[in-house]
Design a protein around this ligand. Sequence first.
Ligand code: IVH
Length: 663
Amino acid sequence: MQDRYNEIIEIIRKANYEYYTLDNPTLTDQEYDRYMQELLKIEKDHPELMRDDSPSVRVGGKIIDSFNKVNHEIPMLSLSNVFNEADIVAFDERVRKEFPNPIYVCELKIDGLSVSLKYEKGKLVRAATRGDGVTGEDITHNAITVKTIPLTLNENIDIEVRGEIYMSKKSFNKLNEFRKKTGQSLFANPRNAAAGSIRQLDSSIAAERDLDCIIYHLPNPLDYNIEYHFDSLEYMKNLGLNVNIKANRRVNGLHELLDFINEWTEKRDTLPYEIDGIVIKLDSIRGQQKLGYTAKYPKWATAYKFPAAKVLTKLKEIKLTVGRTGQVTPNAILEPVRLMGSVISKATLHNEDYIKLKDIREGDIVSIIKAGDVIPRVENVEVSRRVGTEVPFVMSKTCPICGSTLKKTDSAYYCVNDKCDKVKIESLIHYVSRDAMNIDGFGDAIVEDFYNMGYLKNIPDFYKLENYKEELMELEGFGAKSINGLIDSINESKNVSLERLLFALGIRHVGAKTGKILAKHFKSLDNLMKASNEELVNIKDIGKTIADSVYKYFRDEENISIINELKEIGINTNYLGKEEIQNENITGKTFVLTGSLEKLTRDEASLIIENNGGKVSSSVSKKTDVVVVGANAGSKLTKAKELGITIWTEQEFIDLVGDLDEK
Ligand code: IVH
């Protein structure tokens, strides 16, 4: 009986290893179950035969009173983080100083919690958490329920190995679904779920939770005559441990290293578990010794963290800003956080309804996401983290700049005081902006200063600045050269085509695209001003809201007087048809923009495409001709690659469209 018992344990051990670690099952489920039943029967009938490493322990049931402390003879260190290519280059340079021509091993950074496993004579004797790195907690009772932790190794050796305990995405979803159905609180992510499961006194909980373990570190490889980290991975794999040998890779030089990172940035969603980055380790153990350690980290390794698409931070204040249309928008002033490679300290809150719907309060811990990859917005409140001092939002009834009463239209509030300083400043800033009159040299601050000093009160004043040339040159920070430059750009703007002027005037609901439709249709400002409401509505792509707004704008006396003044100054008010440029790279093609562009805004890129007779679409399909990718592009890029669609970088796009000012 003893022999049969030992034989079954070996069969099940081998089957587990083949199934869980090699991903190559050799027994059918039925066969496996039959062996397991036979094993349980023998253990029931002959309890004296029961072995500590019997696979039956995996079902859990052991309850401990408290966690014993474990001292790590070799401290369990964490890793330093890097966030971008420049950081990686700097890491590589630091390594090269001590160890020229390094070979690195790149590994997936599994998002779980680290564990130390100690085997004596090939048997698992202890599993411990990292704790503070020096003292951890004994979690052996829970570790033995983890199917991918072998209870027995292929060799009867003494060894300590380290790795990560984690929960697969599938188990995590199953667990949360169950918790939702039974009214229990949900785990925020698989890492929290894994950590919550491993720190349980009753091991049947960990057994149910279906955890896994991947091994990535041998603390003392030289003791096993191993000189290279990658060899230690292979060694541990051969012992029967679950090592990510297929994904991990030796790389030679920065180029291969960055390839690995890019590859897994793209592929990470296809993994059955979550990874939060890539670990880069110097392969040579002698090299590792040469580089050494700081108090917290090895200097021979680092972790590249994927840009988070979502982060938590504190909302310090809700501040109202006034735009050129007078719209008063609430913004979140945040404790600065890093999100997708940049530091965010402000995010949009859209409007009062949005804040009320989500019950966002000053002082809340909130999650921030990048909407459409670019503009950060507050997504949710971490209600569980409220301390009671948070202040609910009350929308101001008055303009934060001029104090006049705000008017509510749909869900937005407007300052309707046409003398409101901020509204005026913002509309002047808009007038000179790139997609509007494109008057070079006017930063927002200069417009604001000139406004405050009385040189600029309304649009025609731009063209009168010439009269104050001498005075302006005397201003601090300005000289003859900059003022002459400004005046030249102002004069150049007199000749731009009508669509720009229409956009620049700031007629509500008339964006750059509508400006173009109107200019093309009416050919001159005079024709447009004479148009009836009906005529406007009948134009393709012009709806009632735009038509009403345009019609009203040209019936307002003050607007008419501004236009008359501009005409007197000699501003062109005709459609020049300049945007009918044919560009073989763009005309007739459909583009998708993805990732964050650096040199152009999305609106600018879209405008260039449209002005050159191309189309911009938001999703990638077979009909897409070109996908323009910025930094951190995600699923759209993957799809484009799958469909074999032409991919341009932002720089390629800029090069191929030619002179940007032609747009
Ligand atoms: S190596 C001295 N390799 O990431 C070596 N760590 O942020 C230390 N982690 O504490 C660890 N995957 O819990 C290493 N392939 C991997 C890893 C990995 C996940 C975790 C580990 C570590 C943390 C550092």
